[in-house]
Write a protein that binds this ligand. Structure first.
Ligand code: NAP
Ligand code: MG
Length: 405
């Protein structure tokens, strides 16, 4: 084939990872990217061995590079637990790389399903993706809680920096013992969350919904609502109007009802706990975790793209034994196309943007033609379905891609 390779002006930050996704990562690069793009990548090996070797410095460095260049693509990585410490003879139980990266970029995670014909969502009127944005800071995840004996008096005490003390009554326990919980959040984090959401809505030209329980939580949740509204009015209302999209606040109960009745095609911003629960519900209803992308967006617009699933350990052990695998590479592939498209947009590199779109189309066309990995084959409503191996699937995409170039 006579194809002039696409140049890249600015580096894309590449974060390599672990197990089956690391295997897929290499295949995607070799088969679907390197032959067509003069890849300009700044490589960081976030595989567990190298994180251990560098005392996890490589994770920090990769996040700083992302800040510098604006776009990264990340492979799934192992978050070590006791079993992994033993398996990899680790010096320490290193923290989750995603947690470290998110703390440095101060970003919000947006999760969106990839829809294909033949895989019907459990909610059939969901014809477009629903993207969940979860505020991954504070509330019940940083709570302080206690079991309280009968007869105890519970109060909230706030000591200000000037020494001034304010006390708020919580509850006078009577004959029954009980439980108590303290929660907090901070304006700066809510503001970052709001800006990430508004920027992502503009980027993807989708409406943004935000919901809390402000009728019951008149100070705490109401603060979230007010911060979103103030930032929207001041910084985004005009841009939204120009883009022809809408910002819409509603009570969480109402949001749930509307989401179920909707046809999709919007971003739903949620407080931490709501986002935790709702993202699992939405992912399941759309069919498969292997078809879910995830992008971390910082308030300054910096983006890190990845698949929402993990390293698919069970398939990796089969692969190591030399057995054939049928692991779905779509979410990992879409992490690459998402990152390359964004890089292309930032650099006004139209060929790169087009290539990302063509590669996504070739992937969806492949599945819609009946060629797919085992996880999808078992769900597909198509009449003729051919279950293929991890590599055969990528080769089938390559064939469709080449026909379109
Ligand atoms: P997982 O990798 O998401 O896989 C769980 C199961 O889901 C798999 O065994 C497989 O089911 C199915 N699955 C997930 N992705 C698939 C794909 N692409 N194609 C086909 N099937 C897929 O979760 P895990 O096994 O619980 O976790 C493994 C490691 O991933 C852990 O060490 C965890 O720390 C890490 N993890 C990393 C991230 C991240 O980096 N963002 C996120 C989550 C987990 P079957 O076995 O039934 O085929
Ligand atoms: Mg959850």
């Amino acid at each position: 084939m006579n194809f002039e390779k696409i140049p890249m002006k600015t580096p894309l930050v590449e974060m390599d990872g672990d197990e089956m996704t690391r295997v897929i990562w290499q295949m995607i690069k070799e088969l679907l990217l390197e032959p067509y793009i003069n890849l300009n990548l700044e490589y960081y090996d976030l595989g567990l061995e190298n994180r251990d070797k560098t005392d996890d410095q490589v994770t920090v460095d990769s996040a700083l590079a992302t800040k510098k260049y604006g776009v990264a693509v990340k492979c799934a990585t192992i978050t070590p637990n006791a079993a992994r410490v033993e398996e990899y003879h680790l010096k320490e139980m290193w923290k989750s790389p995603n947690g470290t990266i998110r703390a440095i970029l101060d970003g919000t995670v947006f999760r969106a399903p990839i829809l294909v014909k033949g895989i019907t969502p459990y909610i059939p009127n969901w014809r477009k993706p629903i993207t969940i944005a979860r505020h991954a800071f504070g509330d019940v995840y940083k709570n302080t809680e206690a079991i309280v004996p009968a007869g105890a008096k519970a109060e909230l005490t706030v000591t200000c920096s000037d020494g001034n003390v304010q006390t708020y009554p919580v509850y006078q326990f009577q004959e029954s013992a009980g439980v108590l919980q303290g929660q907090f959040n901070v304006d700066a984090s809510i503001e970052s969350f709001a800006r990430s959401c508004f920027n992502f809505a503009l980027d993807t030209k989708q409406d943004l919904w935000f919901s809390t329980k402000d009728t019951i939580s008149k100070k705490y949740d109401h603060r979230f609502k007010d911060i979103f509204q103030e930032i929207y009015d001041k910084e985004y209302a005009e841009k939204f109007a120009q883009a022809g999209i809408e910002y819409f606040y509603t009570l969480i109960d109402d949001a749930v009802a509307r989401v179920i009745r909707s046809e999709g095609g919007f971003i739903w911003a949620c407080k931490n706990y709501d986002g935790d629960v709702m993202s699992d519900m939405v992912a399941t209803a759309f069919g498969s975790l292997a078809m879910m992308t995830s992008v971390l967006v910082a308030p300054d617009g910096t983006c890190e793209y990845e698949a929402a699933h993990g390293t698919v350990q069970r398939h990796y052990y089969k692969h190591l034994k030399g057995e054939p695998t049928s692991t779905n590479s779509v979410a990992t592939l879409f992490a690459w196309t998402g990152a390359l498209r964004k890089r292309g947009q930032l650099d006004s590199n139209e060929r790169l943007v087009n290539f990302a779109n063509q590669l996504e189309k070739a992937t969806l066309d492949t599945i819609e033609s009946g060629v797919m990995t085992g996880d999808l084959a078992s769900m597909s409503a198509l009449e003729k379905v051919q279950k293929v191996s991890t590599q055969e699937f990528l080769l089938a995409i390559k064939e469709k891609l080449e026909a379109s170039l």
